[in-house]
Structure formats: structure tokens, C-alpha cells
Design a protein around this ligand. Sequence first.
Ligand code: SAH
Length: 213
Amino acid sequence: MTLKDEQRMQFVFSLRQHGVTDARVLEAMETIDRGDFVKGIFAERAYEDTPLPIACGQTISQPAIVGLMTQALAVAPRHKVLEIGTGSGYQAAVLSLLARRVYTVDRHGRLVREAQEVFERLGLANITAMTSDGSRGFPEQAPFDRIIVTAAAEDPPGPLLAELKTGGIMVVPVGRSDAVQVLIKVTRTETGFDYDELLQVRFVPLIEGMGDG
Ligand code: SAH
């Protein structure tokens, strides 16, 4: 067994320990190599269960949190999914193995371009990445079966709630960026929205407007 295999076994073991039990989610996270999404000096730490710095002062999320968010999203193979906060592209890549189509947006053009390169290299052809302010939603492709926000908002953004299909699910960290945030699961019903609090998290903030690079 190579060191890499051992690291990957540890990686999946740690996901299970944190409560990621869905077989499809575990399989997707075993298939997508987090090492493809982390650059430079941090690459050797790709399999650690920790967030790591990426370009533009942002972070790739902790794998356990990626797993728990993906599991809470309950993605089916026919689903059209929107992600706000492409970052490294790792979360979108995991989703692309579970959904029919993934749209992912980030306010930093550089992150979108770099993620696109990785998607192309890995042949993940069902992901469309765009530079855009996700706090305004993504009307070009709405409505969505599932929406995942990977930056913390003070409230679930109204334009995103409006782009959720009936029966659709949105997972979003809510709270100020300097305070405790709670991961919320929002389900759109025939008559309104149901809210479930899942766990405490810590994300970089959702910032309105476009990034400077
Ligand atoms: N999902 C990513 C991690 C995201 S970090 C991954 O798997 O690596 C949060 C990202 O949200 C950052 O890249 C940041 O630029 C982006 N972001 C913050 N506010 C945003 C907004 N209004 N619209 C789009 N992206 C935003």
C-alpha cells in the first residue's frame, strides 16, 4: 500500500467518524482527490481534515464539513444544483458525481478560472463555473433542485430562496463572520419554508458585489 492509499483510507475514516455515512457521498469523496484542488505548500496536507488556504484570501472547507453539507443536501442523480462560492472547486467536483448538472459561482474570477482548469483536466463536464455575485442568485438557470452556499450569510439570501423549487433544499451557513455560525437546512414546501439547524460551523463571509481578481 502506498502512503497515498493509506492517507485516503484515513480521510474516509475521518469522514465516517464525523457522521458522514451516506454511501454515495462517501464514494464521491473517495473518488475526487482533494489534492487536485490544493496548491503549493498546502498540497501535502490535502488529506487532513482541516480547512486550508487557497488564492484570494479564501479557504477550501474542512472535508468533514463538505461531507456533512453534501449529505444534508440529499442530491439525486436527476438534480440541478447551484453552489455559491466555488473557491477551489472541490465541493462542486464532489457534487458533480451526484447530480445531473452543477452550476457554481464565485465573486473572484481567478478562483473560477483555476477551478475550471481542474474540472477540465478531470473531465468533469457537467459543471458550469461562472464569475458572479451569488448573493443575487443565478436567474439564468433558476429554479434549482438544490442550492448550497459555502460562505456565511447573516440570513439566507432572499434571491436564493426564490430560486429554490418546491420540495427543494438549500444548505447555508448563517451568522456573522466573526461569530458562531449555524449550518441551516431550508426546505421549500408548498406553502413556505421549513428551517432545520444542523451544526455549528465557521465559514468566510458571503460578500455582496464582485471580487477584485
Ligand atoms: N466551496 C469552496 C470553498 C468556498 S470558500 C471549495 O470547495 O473550495 C467561500 C467562497 O465564497 C470564496 O471563494 C468567496 O470568494 C466566495 N464568495 C463570497 N461571497 C460571494 C458572493 N457574493 N458570490 C459568489 N461567491 C462568493
